[in-house]
Write a protein that binds this ligand. Structure first.
Ligand code: SF4
Length: 276
């Protein structure tokens, strides 16, 4: 895909509105008595048809007995039977293999100042091209991006078709020096982040991502090979806080902070102030 001349926002919206039209059409049919699961099954069939075009086989997963799979990207280690969806809502066991459902399908694409990441010490004063999808591996009660993070791709109003090579082309064409993965949790769209990062580094672009820190060491180290800087949320200081507020754990976050430092990547830590 070559980005057409003119306004990127308008271009993205045009693509999204075609999908919104189809969605509205499906909802219209349900109002005529077609059963409520119709849209879901239609969507799944559409994905199945897209096959290799958009489904990306997951990285870092194990195939277990009886077509069961286990994801290894984050501390949760989701174990999924055939047809089951992951905790982050972004992966599914299809015929005994694990696939990312949001690969090349971001729901948020924006140009932001790098300070908004927040990242205050790498190329200050420059812009970042940011990508986010549906889904998250945490359940933070205070999430201000819940409309992305706490939804599946079927529930998104907008999704855009932007493959990794297109993401890099946009950044180069717009002369934006850094690509960023943010808004929702990059761990939950790891394969998309990884493929963009590898391509972007070959073109001399920088890679930044903002994470909750729940990634496992092996995928983390692999992604850090193509990463310049990371912003990690340290949301609290006790395991109880992480369990009660985010349905998560403190220990993987602390481990992630150490690994990023050990690997020599630029690290900024965000500590949230949560109004109660
Ligand atoms: S990244 Fe998603 S699928 Fe993988 S273990 Fe974490 S929550 Fe489960």
């Amino acid at each position: 895909m070559i980005l057409p001349e003119g306004n990127m926002e308008r271009f993205l919206k045009e693509k999204a509105s075609r999908r919104a039209f189809l969605r509205r059409g499906c909802l219209f049919l349900t109002s005529f008595g077609i059963y409520p699961g119709f849209f879901d099954s239609l969507t799944k069939k559409a994905w199945a048809k897209r096959g290799a075009l958009s489904l990306r086989e997951a990285m870092f997963y194990k195939r277990l007995a009886n077509n069961i799979v286990q994801c290894g990207v984050c501390f949760r280690g989701c174990i999924l039977k055939e047809g089951e969806r992951s905790f982050c809502r972004n992966k599914e066991n299809i015929d005994g293999r694990l696939y990312s459902l949001v690969y090349g399908r971001p729901s948020a694409v924006h140009v932001d100042p790098i300070e908004k990441e927040p990242s205050l010490h790498m190329l200050p004063g420059t812009k970042i091209l940011c990508f986010g999808t549906a889904g998250c591996n945490f359940r933070c009660k205070f999430c201000h991006n819940w409309h992305l993070s706490q939804r599946s791709i079927e529930e998104m109003e907008y999704t855009y078709d932007i493959l990794p090579e297109d993401a890099v082309k946009i950044a180069l064409k717009k002369k934006i020096p850094t690509l960023s993965f943010t808004y929702n949790e990059p761990t939950s769209f790891y394969e998309y982040v990884y493929d963009i990062a590898r391509l972007a580094k070959k073109k001399g672009l920088r890679i930044l991502w903002h994470s909750n820190g729940g990634m496992n060491p092996e995928p983390l180290k692999e992604l850090l090979k193509y990463t310049d800087a990371v912003t990690i949320d340290l949301k609290g200081f006790t395991n109880k806080f992480y369990q009660d507020t985010s349905s998560a754990k403190l220990e993987p976050v602390l481990r992630t902070l150490k690994i990023i430092r050990e690997e020599g990547r630029w690290l900024e830590i965000v500590n949230l102030h949560i109004p109660t």
